[in-house]
Design a protein. Sequence first.
Length: 69
Amino acid sequence: MSTVVEIETAIEQLPLEQQRTVADWLNSRLLPETPAMIAALEVGIRSLETEPTVPADEIRTKIRAWATG
């Protein structure tokens, strides 16, 4: 496989789960974890664990109400 098109074609022929494995591998090469990224993820996780959350359906309802005024 010497061209991007050939690689894309081969990936498209893989089952979805294997495509996800390739995507994860590629993302890990293109977006390496940094200390800042890990710290931001930890803050987000802590926030989800400790802060109140709003259900998605409630947000959708509010957005519809705001949009229709």
